[in-house]
Design a protein around this ligand. Sequence first.
Ligand SMILES: [Fe+2]
Length: 217
Amino acid sequence: MKVKEQLNSQLAALVPALEKFPWESKEHYAWFLAQTYYYVRHSTRLLAMASSRFDFDQNDQHYGFATHIAEETRHEMLAVNDLKALGFSIQDYPELPETRSWYHSQYYYVQNVDPAGLLGAVLALEGLSVFKGPWLHEKVCQHHGKAAGSFLKVHASEDLHHIEGACAGFDQLRAEQKPIALQSLEQSIWEYAAMLTGICERIQAKKIPLKPHAKAA
Ligand SMILES: [Fe+2]
């Protein structure tokens, strides 16, 4: 099975959680933006770490990840600004454990398994952008206004070329690295879904107050 087919079949597992999420609810969307900030701020750090760990015979991956850092620079601030447009501050939102699990596993892949593992998370996020980004951006703008949709706008349109680069990067991996990247892809999809479900469950159970007294690290 080609990587794009693998990606499509994995992304299909995320559709129920995405469609069930009440994007029209300001409270839910605000929590989504806050969690987005908490994991996206690790993207450039993870890319830098993974880039440095590729061997000299994998310079395409080394330079590819390094180039990707520039493209992701300050993307976490898009989520913070969208949150501000909604009338909220990141300082009022704690990081959920599901969000931590999502990026913690990527540090594990890079540090303990193989830097190619991070490509699985890149494929998951870029695939998600292509697969659901435009639908999600339109929905959010409709309910919360364009000013609160800049993170989704950038990832639904301007970043579409990333998926092609990520698939080409996968094809160039060593045979033993490909299953690692695919395992990380699967894990990323499930953890992203857990993050969405976790937001819904806590709001429903009123286990997260509207303004928790937790400071952003
Ligand atoms: Fe980004």
